[in-house]
Design a protein around this ligand. Sequence first.
Ligand code: NAD
Ligand code: ZN
Length: 248
Amino acid sequence: MDDLIKKTAKKLVLAKNVAALTGAGISVESNIPPFRGPGGIWEKIDPMQYAHIDAFIKDPVKVWDVLLKNMKEIIDLAKPNDAHLGLARLEKLGILKTIITQNVDQLHQKAGNTDVIEFHGNFAWQRCMKCNNRFETRKVDLTKLPPQCECGEIYRPECVFFGEMIPPDDIERSEQVALECDIMLVIGTSAVVQPAAHIPVLAKRSGATIIEINPERTPLTKNISDWIIIGQAGRIMNNIIAELEAFL
Ligand code: NAD
Ligand code: ZN
C-alpha cells in the first residue's frame, strides 16, 4: 500500500488537471453512515419507502420521522474529516480543480473546496414546494413536522430523491470535468448508483488515470480503475498529502 500511496502522490504532483468523485464513504469518518454496506442506512429501512419522491409527497411526516430527522441530527453535528481536508489542501496547492460529489452533507465546502458539483443536491436547505422560498435545514424545528413555509405549503429538502432527475447542468458539467481531467480520484463510492458511476468510465475513456480509495473493491476496480488503495479515506489522504508535500 505504501508503494501505491507514493505512486499516487508522484502522479498528483505532475498532473495538470485533477478531479475527484466522492460518495458517502468519504463522510463515514465524519460519523455519517453510508447507504449501502455494513452499518448502512439501507440495512434498517427500505429506500423506496422513504427516499422516493412519491413517498415524500404522500406522507412527508413519515419520511421526516424515519429518515430526514435522523439525517438532520447527524449532518448538523458533522465536521469535515481528514479526507475532506486533504482534498481542500489539494485545491489550495493548485492540484485539484473540481469535486463531483454524490453527498448532500456539504462537508467539502466546509473543508474549503470551492468548486463542488453536488450531483444529488444538498441537505443544508429546504425549499417551499409552491413559492420556492428557502429555509435552512439546521433551523428546522423537529417538534413541528413537516416544516412549513409562510405560504402554507410544505418545505422539501434541496436534495434529489429517488425518482427525480439529476439537474441536467450538473450532469453536463461533470461529463466535461471527466473529459478534461488527467487524474480522477474516486473516493468512498460504491459506484453502483447511475449516472454518477459512469463519470469515471468517461474519464478513463478520455485517457485519465483513475485512482480509487475505498476499503472495498467496487464494480470499477477491475476494468476502470488503474489502481485502488484499500482502506479508510482519512488516513490514506493524510499519507498521500504527506508524501506529496515532500515532493514539492
Ligand atoms: P454508498 O453508501 O453506496 O457506498 C459507500 C461506499 O463507501 C462503499 O463503497 C464503502 O466501501 C465505502 N466506504 C465505507 N467507509 C469508507 C471510508 N472510511 N473511506 C472510504 N470509503 C469508505 O455511497 P454512494 O456510492 O455515495 O451512493 C449512495 C447515495 O447515498 C449517494 O447518492 C448519496 O446521495 C447518498 N448518501 C449521502 C450521504 C452523505 O451526504 N454523507 C450519506 C449517505 C448516503
Ligand atoms: Zn411557500
